[in-house]
Write a protein that binds this ligand. Structure first.
Ligand SMILES: [Ca+2]
Ligand SMILES: [Ca+2]
Ligand SMILES: [Ca+2]
Length: 195
């Protein structure tokens, strides 16, 4: 089963992957088989990645969102996701603690990587999710435009009133069950990409 598709996984590479993640060999083989079906070339490009998200969010426009996720997976920044990058990201998302997942999500939306989500990044975050799920769907769900929701979230989450959201403030809001932030967790690539 899947023997031919797994031929790129040498014993050496497998050992390295087991060390880097805590997946076991049979799990890695299974994920690798699915990965190779989704992208036979062995490297996901942004277009292919977006196609995977379009299947999951047929009513929205996943273009920008998938690019956010892509950038987070693509550790060396060559605009391709190889199997090692894919598996390492998946390891955090699928197996990580809730805190590791929250860190991952925070890093994704902290676009300039300065450790804070500022007003513009918050606006972008909300905008990206409205596009992803479909604007009408989220406007109906939260009874607010994306601009109003971004302002609302910033003022609710910003516990020390410095106009920015720290990782800790983000963590508190997610754990308190903020319903919009729950939407973010529902975009977990592990669930979405079904790999
Ligand atoms: Ca890469
Ligand atoms: Ca930032
Ligand atoms: Ca703050």
């Amino acid at each position: 089963m899947g023997a031919s598709k797994s031929k790129l996984l040498t014993t050496e590479f497998m050992d390295e992957l087991i060390l880097a993640t805590d997946f076991k060999a049979p799990e890695i083989t299974e994920i690798h088989d699915k990965f190779m079906v989704a992208c036979p070339s062995g490297k996901l490009n942004p277009v292919k990645f977006q196609e995977l998200y379009t299947v999951v969010f047929p009513h929205g426009n996943p273009h920008v969102f998938s690019d956010y996720v892509f950038t987070c997976f693509d550790e060396n920044g060559d605009r391709k996701i190889d199997f090692r990058e894919f598996l390492c990201a998946l390891h955090v998302i699928a197996r990580g603690t809730i805190d590791q997942k929250i860190n991952w999500m925070f890093r994704m939306y902290d676009q300039d990587k300065n450790g804070e989500i500022d007003r513009t990044e918050m606006k972008d975050l909300v905008e990206v999710l409205y596009e992803l799920y479909g604007r009408e769907t989220l406007e109906a769900k939260f009874s607010m435009t994306s601009e109003a929701l971004a302002r609302n979230l910033l003022s609710t989450m910003d516990l020390n009133n410095d106009g920015k959201i720290s990782l800790e403030e983000f963590r508190v809001a997610v754990k308190e069950g903020n319903s919009f932030l729950r939407c973010i967790l529902d975009t977990d690539p592990h669930t979405c990409l079904k790999i």
